[in-house]
Design a protein around this ligand. Sequence first.
Ligand code: ADP
Ligand code: MG
Ligand code: MG
Length: 892
Amino acid sequence: DGQAGKYVYDFTEGNKGMKGLLGGKGANLAEMTNLGLPVPPGFTITTEACKVYLASGSEPATLRREVSAHLATLEETMGKKLGQSDDPLLVSVRSGAKFSMPGMMDTVLNVGLSDDSVAGLAQQAGDERFAWDSYRRLIQMFGTTVLGVDGELFEDALDEAKRGRGATTDVELGTADLKKLVKAFKKIVSREAGRDFPQDPREQMDLAIRSVFESWNTDRARLYRRQERIPGDLGTAVNIVAMVFGNLGPDSGTGVAFTRDPASGHQGVYGDYLQNAQGEDVVAGIRNTVPLADLETLDKASYDRLLEIMEILENHYLDLCDIEFTIERGTLWMLQTRVGKRTAGAAFRIATQLVDQGLIDEAEALRRVSGAQLAQLMFPRFDDGAKRDLLGRGIAASPGAAVGKAVFDSYTAIKWSRSGEKVILVRRETNPDDLEGMIAAEGILTSRGGKTSHAAVVARGMGKTCVCGAEELEVDTKKRRLTAGSRVVEEGDVISIDGSTGRVYLDEVPVVPSPVVEYFEGRMHAGAEEAGELVESVHRMMAYADRRRRLRVRANADNTEDALRARRFGAQGIGLCRTEHMFLGERRELVERLILADTDEERDAALGQLLPLQKADFVELFEAMDGLPVTVRLLDPPLHEFLPDITELSVRVALAESRKDANENDLRLLQAVHKLHEQNPMLGLRGVRLGLVIPGLFAMQVRAIAEAAAARREAKGDPRAEVMIPLVGTVQELEIVRDEAERVIADVERATGTELKLSLGTMIELPRAALTAGQIAEAAEFFSFGTNDLTQTVWGFSRDDVEASFFTAYLEKGIFGVSPFETIDRDGVGALVRSAAEAGRATRPDLKLGICGEHGGDPESVHFFHEAGLDYVSCSPFRIPVARLEAGRAAV
Ligand code: ADP
Ligand code: MG
Ligand code: MG
């Protein structure tokens, strides 16, 4: 968006659309300049120049000449030269990247002052103290940011000067004190930086520019970018701005303002003001600021002008803006503006307020909010007013507020939760064996591992509160206790964990439910008195999204409770009903019998007992989802998951044998476990392969579905069942299963005299299936992309292994910005989804296409599935509103 080979733009040459090139700060300074607002003149060095510098270690060859030309223009406008002895032009050298990275990079004020020009500045301003104050600020900022001197050394010297004076704030220091301080500061620089503070103003400026470039790559900037998912190669721009002075006495000052309250969204006067100060003082909290409203009495003219400008900015940016300004002896200057950050709740409220004001339309309102914000609004929170006792902090891994008794192993978690206790599972770290315990717990707390640890990833997937990596806490699972410094939490003691902040508290902190969830659950209605503004705006935004989205949203659910909640949350069907969950608990024994069966009779007997149980499950589910499609997946996981653990069983049998009372069944079981043991169960006997080698298993499941559908028909219901075959790699597998299923269905139709209209389809979750999707579509009426397994098989990752072992390293090295299990990998897995969808539709134009991996509830992935032309996404019931909103956002 700029001219080739041009590295410097005057503020009059840019606009707010040029953030990539000029950075947010530069683009908006240009925009305000061109709006005729009072911005001190200046120019911007582009991010392109920064990229050249970072790649080659030196500035572009033409940069110096260009900067000189723009500086000359600036000097002409201001009528004085940079650092000129009798009347110095001073500038600030400010970083500013495309995306705001608050406080992450460098800025130096008062560049151009020296031993020589400080007297000129004093004379021009008629204020010696001011000049020396500005000079000491320059040496301090330049020393720390450009020359890398430890900032505390300056702070200590400043404190000492204040102490010597009996002063508490820097304004109480006089000219003589400041002169002495400058001397001390210069000494610190010479000693610590191994060079004197540069007296040549242009050298000051050039060094400051270079240090801003370099500040792009400091550790904290890199860390911040990784967390915020900001690309690492954008570079920062550098803004050179003529200084205006807020430290010229009581009729001067500096402040920040918001055009609306960033917490509530309400219009009004929000901000802070600090008299007789330079900008960085406000942020640093050195002295107490006064509320912006007080400016009205301090300087009515500037206050009125500021309010006028705030209105101009809102009407121009059509959004909440935040502002930095400075008043120099009664003249107001604008130093920065940008569309301001806001809380999730304010984002929703502001979007609908702006629609009501006629400033933006509904589509634009949708662009102003995000699914992540909605998700945030759906978590219960700890009551703000309640008192709390902090034990320690960890990483906010999965949001929410959970309270329960501390337990230190999964077994206890399950046992206690069965007897009605609420528990928090506390582990050093979790592994797949903890899964059931994690399900049983209210929340999970670990002392090891980061945002991609097993605990974090699994908890996020389940929507369960999790704080991980709380390293200040010592977890001793053997002694069943947690220590935080001198305090000890024993098993059974109550703790509270906040997955949105990472904080861990002793005892119970009261939790308040999210009003947004109350609304989705139908326990609170939009328009009702208690609903409040937030619920109103969520209600309206959901309607905007539903009117525009093309993607349908279904739920992953396998029981009535989840199905009914999904419906309340707006699900348009079930996209994935996992049948393996119906084989657990007491039914596990029947499955064992099926696996152990030696003869057809034994097997048929076991299947015969499972059939009515499965059928009853489906009848209930079809009733809950009456009139909406329900995709039932036939059995998928490896059989050993239904059998006892191999080690445990071996020990039991060995012990029994030593006592000579081994029982027949255990021996057979052990044999079966050995036979079914696999090195890589994920790639072993599972999915459609089970259906092909265990006679009658899939037929039983299809029969249960068909009979359940027939029963619902009989009851005048409207069942819309879809039978889904997992883990197909080739069309031949599907054809065999399909033939058998069709026979069973025809059989049930004959027996019941009803036409069932069941549709049969498959999951696409293996690369070979995706690559031969054209053939597979011959035998499938629908595809559902199983993006969890597809991600595993495309990357060659075993999820349970890699997330715990090396994902942290991968994320840190920037190999991916986010786990491919969280957000779909567009270039790899996504490319396969696209081509398979195309090939499938080429074979069968009315092929229905959906996705049922966890990506179905991930905002960014929803946008991808929209673009790829799928018909629906399916996700966990709780994510449905998020998916609806994002599907709407994808369509505008
Ligand atoms: P950040 O991006 O960390 O906010 P800024 O570049 O905005 O850093 O500058 C830090 C502070 O210095 C801000 O309060 C800003 O308003 C102030 N400031 C920057 N340039 C000038 C200037 N030319 N005159 C007066 N104050 C300035
Ligand atoms: Mg700023
Ligand atoms: Mg799968």
